[in-house]
Ligand binder design. Sequence first.
Ligand SMILES: Cc1cc2nc3c(=O)[nH]c(=O)nc-3n(C[C@H](O)[C@H](O)[C@H](O)COP(=O)(O)OP(=O)(O)OC[C@H]3O[C@@H](n4cnc5c(N)ncnc54)[C@H](O)[C@@H]3O)c2cc1C
Ligand code: SF4
Length: 554
Amino acid sequence: MAADDIARESMEYDVVIVGAGPAGLAAAIRLKQVAPSLSVAILEKGSEVGAHILSGAVIDPIALNELIPDWKAQGAPLETPVTKDVFLLLGPAGEINLPSFIMPPLMSNHGNYIASLGALCKWLAQQAEALGVEIYPGFPAAALLYDDAGAVKGVQVGDFGVARDGNHKSDYTPGVDIFAKYTLIAEGARGSLAKVLLSKFELSKGKQPQKFGIGIKEIWEVAPDNHKPGMIQHTFGWPLDDKTGGGSFMYHYGERLVSIGYVVHLNYKNPYLSPFEEFQRFKQHPAIRPVLEGGKRIAYGARAITEGGFQSVPKLVFPGGALIGCSAGFVNVPRIKGSHNAMKTGMLAAEAAAAAIMAGRQRDELVAYEESYRSSHVFRDLKRVRNVKPLWSKFGTLLGVALGGFDMWTTTILGGWSFFGTMKHGKTDAAATEPAAAQRKIAYPKPDGVISFDRLSSVYLSNTNHEEDQPVHLQLKDPTIPIRVNLPEYAEPATRYCPAGVYEVLYDEQGANPRFQINAQNCVHCKTCDIKDPSQNINWVTPEGGGGPNYQNM
Ligand SMILES: Cc1cc2nc3c(=O)[nH]c(=O)nc-3n(C[C@H](O)[C@H](O)[C@H](O)COP(=O)(O)OP(=O)(O)OC[C@H]3O[C@@H](n4cnc5c(N)ncnc54)[C@H](O)[C@@H]3O)c2cc1C
Ligand code: SF4
């Protein structure tokens, strides 16, 4: 049955927010702070708030200080202040410690906190609910609803109880239509509705393409002697070659916890590269392995991170709503921080939406949000570092990091001015992938099961779960492309870039007749396939509500 023929219940709010991450929650809280009478709902696809949140996380409290100034007294879970900041350049067998005085001041983590962003979101959700915000976890926004004038008038929640073949099961429940005066999209990096809006309203016209990285993270409980609460360490260099961007983070916090992760920039060229195996290999480095030895890995996950920054920020508003947080992409790449800007842009959009509704407006463009972004600290934060990512991409890691550091000093001293002007990013990450024939195969070491692991045992630690009998949420525009195009041209990189082992190329007993298999139930919702598939053939859509990882305090 076509979606339009289905009788659906509907609900109406002043503002509906898609996504209970830092952006969506900060927006909801701000709305109720400035206009308590407004009705506000948040839809969240995870089984609970925080279930799909993955971040480093060193949190700059600049936006939280504005949103809830007494957050300490209110018990916000930011308990480990940063006390030591280490920056290493790794080679295969050793490392160089870069002194902090060569780092531009904006890279300093003084005053920041090491925490779980998932835990912070749970706490923000409590604050929002106390103000009267309605939060619906397990309710994915599956489609946008438009009025006769073409403005967004709300969203449709995904149906429950649809079988893999599209038939309705006995527990079929049609998703509710949620109507609102304004719809705020807070889906994070590569949102599935944001993608539709960016294209329909040409929001990226005249901007640089959005760039992404894939971040893979584990949480370890380390031996007491190895725990240095408050210490954060970043590395670049090995195991990636000079032409491949990325680096690691390792944050010591809480009770013997270490958050360790690796970000690989998704503009890498070699389709044989596996971000997951690079991370596993990285942990074996003599500067890293000793920290983990004697400890236990307790959590695993992966998520895309936006890296386009200043020059990739799209037009933020469309008739009926706005993009906030990483749906638009406000990550400061050299700082690997985006949660503060996600919160602040949520607050700015909320202020614009509240003022508009109080003035009797609805479903128009929230121009005031776009204007306030331009005069905000988010804009300045991104502007100063705008050339760092393009410099890395153009000159390779060693020279690029040095030039990026120089450029950040310049922009800091000269109020945003740069010798490089504003550099371009060039190609999309998908287009950056080169044919396999032009690249070398990479032989990754086998996991030792102590420090390094395989994909399946890793996904197990993400507590990922999807209803098995449902349509595959990784839609192939053309099902023949993986075997007909991607396999001969690019050695089907989906089998390597997916951090959850969702994609496999299987052969018959004679090693012939390859077929493409999608193990959709393993998907951790990182969105990398939607971004990196060189044929742009994979469309990530929301699965049945509550499906996906069940991260505990990632
Ligand atoms: C590995 C890694 C390390 C990072 N480290 C740091 C760090 O140390 N410090 C820092 O400040 N930032 C860091 N970031 C960036 C930071 O995590 C993001 O900037 C921030 O999470 C963006 O917030 P958001 O609310 O825009 O999106 P998200 O945090 O991604 O939240 C989006 C929410 O929306 C939900 N959602 C998505 N689509 C739908 C839908 N259609 N329907 C319903 N719900 C939906 C998701 O389930 C999720 O809960 C890191 C990111 C990564 C990947
Ligand atoms: S299928 Fe796509 S979104 Fe899911 S885990 Fe793999 S790469 Fe990430």
